[in-house]
Design a protein around this ligand. Structure first.
Ligand SMILES: Cc1ncc(COP(=O)(O)O)c(CN[C@@H](CCCC(=O)O)C(=O)O)c1O
Length: 396
């Protein structure tokens, strides 16, 4: 068979397209017997399987012509209307996307150029770093922690005039941080003063363990009459990630360009999936959301109890108030990559923290997701992790 030198055939941009660490690791965690804290994969016990089977059959029977035909790029109008009412915005401001992951790619396509500055937290969602990196931007970062980005450092780096700030104010991936209201108001003041654009990724908006949600940057900006916040959220974490249905809310001018970009990417998000999401949400959404919150709060509690019991005192870890992740820091000098391999020997997996830092660093950090495993597996997985850690901490 004749061979081709594929690398020579790739375009220049192909060099910037790199693998997703989570996606690559997830292949490893398919091995039998592994307890995986790697992907933020929602709890399968929460998937409305029986209802979805019934509703999908009904949709195909009664609306098959619509569900199986090409649809509008903007999205299935009744679903857009549902999202608009839920968020208190106009339907013209809502674009249905094929997961928030697609929205991140569209934002890179529309707002970034080679060498253009874009600001992210350090650490931040590695899927966003992967999506934006394909457009060759100059990454700027601001340290982030349990209460969100460091606002003093942010004031400095804003002087670089980033095309946009990509932020995850609620239950940040991977650090679990929750920006308090005062910090959100302060950040918005800085952004409005400079007329900058914010992309608010609110994937975990409903997964709060406390009494209520903190107001989003988007809501605060609306109240201040500022159009410069583009809001993303998704049905992945509250319904089913495999349906790939999410949404972006933006000023009509921005939304028009994002929609045009989407036309060139996938024409539209699968219509059957959009109708199915709408039908599943229309009944008992509030009860479903309170069950989802309880399940994740219990899983988080199980992981924190196990970590308190099993982790050596040299290790630090966050106590999340929502979301799906615990962020862990090993003593300086210890490598999370080295721990990853020891942990695999003990049949437990996690995501080393390095890939969450757009400008590098974080070699001693790691992310643990409690979302997927049941409480017994969480306790056993943390026990195994403790064993691997002690082996790493005890010099041979
Ligand atoms: C902040 C943030 N923004 C967008 C996404 C992607 O959500 P969609 O399912 O594309 O709506 C995610 C999902 N992240 C998960 C899921 C990745 C799953 C995978 O790559 O298999 C993770 O970090 O593990 C996210 O955390």
């Amino acid at each position: 068979m004749k061979t081709l030198e594929w690398r020579a055939l790739f375009g220049q941009g192909a060099e910037r397209i790199q693998a997703s660490t989570i996606r690559e690791l997830l292949k490893l965690t398919q091995r039998p017997g592994i307890i995986s804290f790697a992907g933020g994969l929602p709890a399968p016990e929460l998937f409305p399987k029986a209802e979805a089977a019934e509703k999908a059959a009904e949709i195909l029977k009664e609306k098959g012509e619509v569900a199986l035909q090409y649809g509008p790029t903007e999205g299935y109008l009744p679903l857009r209307a549902f999202v608009a009412e839920w968020l208190g915005v106009e339907v013209e401001e809502v674009l249905i996307t094929t997961g928030s992951q697609q929205a991140l790619d569209l934002l890179g396509k529309v707002f970034l150029d080679e060498g253009a500055p874009v600001l992210l937290e350090a650490p931040s969602y590695l899927g966003a770093i992967q999506a934006f990196r394909a457009y060759g931007p100059r990454f700027l970062t601001v340290p982030t922690g349990e209460e969100g980005p460091d606002l003093e450092a942010l004031a400095e780096v804003l002087k670089e005039g980033p095309r946009f700030l990509y932020l995850i104010p609620s239950f940040q991936n991977p650090s679990g941080g929750l920006m308090p209201l005062w910090a959100r108001e302060r950040l918005l003041e800085m952004v409005m003063e400079k007329g900058l654009l914010v992309v608010e990724d609110d994937a975990y908006r409903e997964l709060y363990f406390g009494e209520s949600r903190v107001k989003s940057l988007f809501e605060l900006a609306r109240e201040a009459g500022y159009p410069g916040v583009i809001y993303l959220s998704s049905f992945s974490k509250i319904l089913a990630p495999g349906l790939r249905v999410a949404f972006a809310v933006a000023h009509p001018e921005a939304l028009l360009k994002l929609t045009q970009a989407k036309q060139g990417v996938d024409l539209h998000t699968p219509v059957l999936n959009q109708i199915l999401v709408l039908e599943l949400l229309k009944e008992g959404l509030l009860e479903h959301l309170s069950r989802v919150r309880r399940v994740y709060r219990d899983k988080a509690q199980a992981m924190l109890e196990a970590l308190e019991k099993e982790m050596p005192k040299e290790v630090a870890f966050t106590r999340p108030k929502g979301g799906m992740f615990v962020w862990m820091e090993l003593p300086q000098g210890l490598s999370a990559e080295a721990l990853f391999h020891k942990a695999l020997e003990e049949k437990v997996a996690f995501v080393p923290g390095g890939p969450f830092f757009a400008l590098g660093g974080g070699e001693n950090t790691l992310r643990l997701s409690y979302a997927t495993m049941d409480q017994a597996a969480i306790a056993e997985g943390v026990r195994r992790l403790g064993k691997a850690l002690r082996a790493l901490l005890t010099p041979a």
